[in-house]
Write a protein that binds this ligand. Structure first.
Ligand code: HEM
Length: 350
């Protein structure tokens, strides 16, 4: 029990250890002390240098969480089949997504991921990290032994949604989403891009979503874009979907009663790097969501991040903090960061 007497419902799952790569490759999202919604898209595959390291080289990223996140996804899918769907007209897009992402993996990780054309639409895929190897014919599920989108979700840490473009609109008609940040893929599947963004405060007036919609409808193949989004999560919990709210929702109350050390360990800045890709064969839009979690205690070790995140959390307007589900503890998160400067190595230490 915690000092406030509330049992910790967070399942975390794994100890709160933060391996060095999770800090050095963390996509810190704040470019200013003030955060507002915007149509913040930029061309993908550009490296971003940060005070801790770098990120952004590739669409698919493999890190030290690879095996555990894939196991977690498999467990979520086993327990709840509504996290994946491919409406019948999206089958060609699912193959397109599989091939696009396998190519991305092979390109980014040539030492461990290999995709070889055998001719006549036949391919050989070999993932050394999983000791998974198969030969399949493009479009032939029997040869792959799986539905292509599901198979893809066993190879990459990223969640994936596929959007169909028809009648001048985009519809989320397929996906495997196991790590949704407070939304439900099962509820949203089949909905339009504009409908899905209905609950987001401010954006209608600001035109953010209509601009994003126009942008996405014009997106061209081979010109991937990306954006970041962020919130906070209690514990290293990837699956904070609406479906599991009864498990993680009470943590937002509990976290107000833990001591400072526990607060810094449990509260995580959660960042999504989202890629937006027009698939070349089917014309569908592939929305690739990769979730990164960093506890405040690790964030505070990078001085510019500590200072900036404290400012952003304190300044964020209440309606945005409320929508993100962080309104009860964002002030404490800001104060915690302000109070937890970590002595930085000086130039003399070298
Ligand atoms: C939420 C913008 C693309 C699905 C949001 C939010 C913003 C946003 C500002 C609120 C986030 C927050 O406060 O934490 C955009 C922009 C996009 C984009 C600018 C493209 C340029 C997409 C796509 C999908 C999507 C392609 C397809 C699945 C969602 C969902 C939510 C969301 C499901 C949560 C909505 C809810 O509360 O139920 N988006 N988005 N977004 N976005 Fe997007």
């Amino acid at each position: 029990m915690h000092p406030g007497g509330t049992a910790v419902t967070t399942a975390p799952v794994r100890r709160q250890m933060t391996t060095p790569d999770l800090v050095s490759a963390f996509p810190f999202p704040f470019v200013d002390d003030i955060y507002r919604y915007s149509t913040n898209v930029e061309p993908a595959n550009q490296q971003v240098i940060t005070p801790a390291g770098q990120w952004g080289d590739s669409v698919a990223v493999i890190d030290s969480e690879y095996h555990s996140e894939l196991a977690e996804r498999a467990a979520v899918l086993d327990a709840d089949p509504t996290r994946r769907a491919v409406l019948p007209h999206m089958r060609p897009a699912a193959w397109d997504a599989l091939m696009t992402m396998l190519r991305e993996l092979a390109h980014a990780y040539p030492d461990t991921m290999h995709l070889t054309s055998l001719g006549d639409d036949e391919w050989h895929w070999c993932n050394d990290l999983l000791a998974d190897e198969r030969t399949f014919r493009y479009g032939d599920e029997a040869s792959l032994g799986d539905d292509p989108l599901h198979y893809l979700s066993t190879q990459v840490q990223e969640d994936i949604a596929l959007l169909d473009q028809r009648d001048d609109q985009l519809f989320v008609d397929a996906g495997v989403i196991t790590f949704a940040a407070d939304w439900s893929f099962g509820f949203d599947v089949g909905m339009s891009f504009l409908e899905i963004h209905g609950p987001v405060p401010r954006v209608r007036k600001m035109g953010v979503i209509t601009r994003a919609h126009e942008f996405l409808k014009r997106l061209q193949p081979h010109e991937p874009y990306r954006r970041t989004n962020w919130t906070m999560t209690i514990g290293r919990r990837l699956d904070v979907s609406t479906e599991r709210y009864p498990e993680w929702g009470p943590d937002r109350e509990m976290i107000q009663h833990v001591d400072d050390a526990e607060f810094g360990r449990l509260v995580h800045l959660r960042v999504e790097v989202q890629h937006l890709i027009r698939l070349p064969d089917s014309g569908a839009i592939m929305f690739v969501i990769r979730t990164y979690l960093l506890p405040l205690e690790a964030l505070a070790t990078v001085e510019p991040w500590r200072v900036r995140a404290a400012e952003v959390f304190a300044e964020l307007p209440d309606d945005m903090a409320d929508y993100k589900g962080i309104i009860k503890y964002r002030t404490r998160a800001s104060e915690w960061l302000r109070a937890h400067a970590v002595p930085q190595p000086s130039a003399d230490d070298n």
